[in-house]
Ligand binder design. Structure first.
Ligand SMILES: [Zn+2]
Length: 384
């Protein structure tokens, strides 16, 4: 099989596609009663769609299975058992920490597909870490990922976890950060995209082939692509051009684990943790029913037990203050101006609309403090 190698920094990016895996088997589910909690607990919520976003039901029933049908190489049962726990550990430490996301481990997938199914097969050992990759449809919950047999090194673990977190990120509904409409691709992606765009019909000049497949020098000019290579070029174009169905949840995050450009932007290639904004985006997809904290809009301070506002301050939802975009108060504004008045304490709630159009509550205590600026700074406040 002709496939594309990659540099380490692009390992996560290669082959991470939004292809839907073909459905297979029946719909029989394992008993939920015997399940073991994986993440933090939260209330149940129902699945619904907004645009192309699909959510998983929560708690998400999770299983893994060894799948040696997707590669000519074989992943041993011993390796699978290690990788399975890498995946579980990674998901619990990342998306499982989002308050509205809970995984329930159903063990080995027996039959049918659970909410989150991670199938694990063997990566190509001749390509090493460059062949660690996965396939997940956005919101489909069905992931196929490839791991190296008998490599239990710390690096293999970190890179495998990064693939799992990225892929299940798709499965839970996140799109690629670099496909945000209106975004500008990083230089390396633009270069490769131009080459793959030229090659996706199956033939292209050698220079374009070399841009799309930097680890496989062209042997002809023009270069003829075999079916697997052509498929790769098409997929790369699909996975790197702006996605008009995606809607930004937060400000652009070039270090996102969902961004092919993250390495070029300075992300450590062995870092498998989502960023603060990745976690916020997931929280926005799976909000639970609670009062979220108030956030500071302008000219105010955070204190341990609330927000300190001065004349002219605005408050906003905690989501907005943490980097979410398009979180509006009921009525349309994104922040609320505090009216002048005497110093003192008060409580406030703001009704805000989450990305799916559901009204949520942000609330908390405020302290009006027009005259205690310096005392507040010296106590516990953070200037915003
Ligand atoms: Zn991806």
């Amino acid at each position: 099989m002709t496939t594309a190698n990659t540099t380490n920094s692009a390992a996560r990016a290669l082959w991470l596609t939004t292809l839907l895996l073909s459905a297979c088997g029946g719909e029989a589910y394992d008993s939920r009663e015997q399940a073991t909690p994986l993440g933090v607990s939260s209330e149940a919520s129902t699945a619904y769609n907004l645009g192309s976003w699909s959510r998983r039901p929560m708690p998400a029933r999770f299983c893994t299975k060894l799948d040696n049908s997707q590669s000519k190489y074989v992943l041993s049962l011993a390796s699978y058992n290690v990788v399975r726990w890498w995946v579980i550990d990674a998901l619990q430490a990342t998306w499982g920490q989002v308050p509205g996301v809970t995984f329930v481990d159903n063990g080995t997938c027996l039959e049918g597909q659970l909410d989150v199914t991670v199938s694990i097969g063997a990566a190509d050992p001749t390509l090493g870490y460059g062949d660690l990759h996965g396939l997940t449809g956005r919101g489909s919950g069905q992931t196929m990922m490839w791991a190296l047999d008998a490599d239990f090194s710390a690096e293999a673990e970190a890179r495998t976890k990064a693939v799992a977190v990225h892929e299940v990120g798709h499965g839970l509904g996140l799109a690629h950060e670099h496909q945000m409409p209106g975004g500008t691709p990083c230089a390396s992606m633009q270069f490769k995209l131009a080459g793959c765009t030229s090659c996706q019909d199956g033939s292209c000049p050698a220079a374009d082939y070399n841009a799309c497949f930097p680890d496989y020098p062209a042997t002809m000019d023009p270069m003829q692509l075999d079916p697997d290579a052509k498929k790769y070029a098409i997929q790369y174009v699909h996975d790197t051009t702006p996605d008009p169905s995606a809607r930004p949840l937060t400000s652009y995050d070039g270090l996102s684990i969902m961004d092919y450009c993250a390495g070029e932007n300075g992300r450590d290639e062995l870092d498998w943790l989502p960023t603060r904004l990745d976690l916020l985006g997931m929280e926005l997809l799976y909000p639970d029913s609670r009062t979220y904290p108030l956030g500071c809009g302008t000219a105010c301070f955070y204190a341990g037990d609330g927000i300190i506002v001065r004349t002219g301050s605005t408050v906003t939802s905690g989501w907005t203050a943490r980097g979410a975009v398009n979180i509006h108060l009921v009525g349309g504004a994104t922040s609320f101006p505090m009216v002048p008045g005497p110093d003192g304490n008060g409580n406030m709630t703001l009704n805000v609309v989450d990305p799916r159009g559901q009204t949520r509550v942000a609330g908390g205590q405020y302290h009006k403090s027009a005259g205690l600026y310096s005392a507040v700074v010296l106590a516990s406040a953070v200037i915003r």
